[in-house]
Ligand binder design. Sequence first.
Ligand code: GAP
Length: 431
Amino acid sequence: MEKIISLCKRRGFIFQSSGIYGGISGCWDFGPLGVELKRNMKNDWWYVFVQQRDDVVGLDASIIMHPDVWVASGHVAEFHDMLVDCKECKHRFREDELGGDRCPDCGGELTAPKAFNSMLKTRLGVSDDSAVETYLRPETCQSIFVDFKDVYSSSRMKVPFGIAQIGKSFRNEVNPRNFIFRSREFEQMEIEFFCREEEEDHWFAYWQEAIRQWYLDIGLRDEKLRWYEHPKEILSHYSKRTTDIEYEFPFGWGELQGLANRGAYDLTQHARHSGKDLKFFDQQSQENFVPSVIEPSGGVDRTCLAVLCNGYHEEEVEGDTRVVMRLHPRLAPIKAGVFPLVKKEGLAEIAQDLESGLRKKFNTFYDQAGAIGRRYRRMDEVGTPFCICVDFQTKDDETVTIRDRDSMGQVRLKMDEVADYIGKRCSSERN
Ligand code: GAP
């Protein structure tokens, strides 16, 4: 894990937030390469689960909502961790993460557990007496429930259908840890899929398979994925059934995405608290009913971390250690490195021209500094799937070499075929 964290910092994937002030626990910044990786991932998810489907539409709702939302959703009453403090060293722990009844750090006596709400409070309004106290959302889905009627009537969707959203969520985690795995500010990608109660099991099984397939499609290895079924006693207050897809990180198995059957809980709660009718009217059967909800709820940051851990490899090449990030070409921050073999004899100009043409279509990187082998290695380390080299033969026949990051094999192509060659391999389109 240390090697991955260090590469992320050194090459501009992820930095500690507010680093020059000593950092702030549980907050992270995605640097120039990290932001590209994250965007590519979110775009692929959106492409697969929203744009390619006629039964899912999108939403981008406000992070700050009416405080009553969080009363209705059950978060004010239920969204807390039970915490204990050590009476000796004063360290604080989540009760459910303790192995025994003594302090894991110093062996001291522990206090009785106390409930600590995990939502981050904020105030809206300028003067003290008129300001409204509310929360930064701890999950993106509540706005989907609150906007349910506006969305389905404006888009003329009919049950079964889904509403998807990607956005920031905030939780005052007691122990942010494992790099970006557990943060206080993070992004979620969620779908609330509305169906009839009698079809809950069908859609649960459907989404379980769809989620797994997406993780495989972005390159995660099958043997590193598993399902964890929540026992009834630990189900969240809203859930009838939850199963998590977990990835085997270097620090152990960890949840990437939860799949929950929320039944009619949320729409019923919001209807009761707002006094508004949130039933769905089925024109065909002339029935009015509150639909059930199947919810795939994933973490963007956690998936980025899984992709980075999954991609990181070290291998011996000609007596040297090659560090290579085997990112799926679709996710890679830079799609192609373009190099002249040497700077002289017009090769640099040809390579620059080629690079500026390709840049119109993908994120590319031009490099003429140092030995060609070193330039390849710099691109390997950040997961660039293709490196294009302009050499002396290019001047004769307008061909270049394309080196594949993983096999290190090379093919020769006409310069005007390069964009198509790379585009096909980086596209989100599935075969
Ligand atoms: N709406 C349901 C919900 O929020 P959750 O299991 O609490 O369910 C869903 O969260 C996903 O959000 C998790 O599977 C995880 O990927 C991500 N997530 C939750 N808390 C997180 C945290 N503190 N840091 C990073 N990601 C987190």
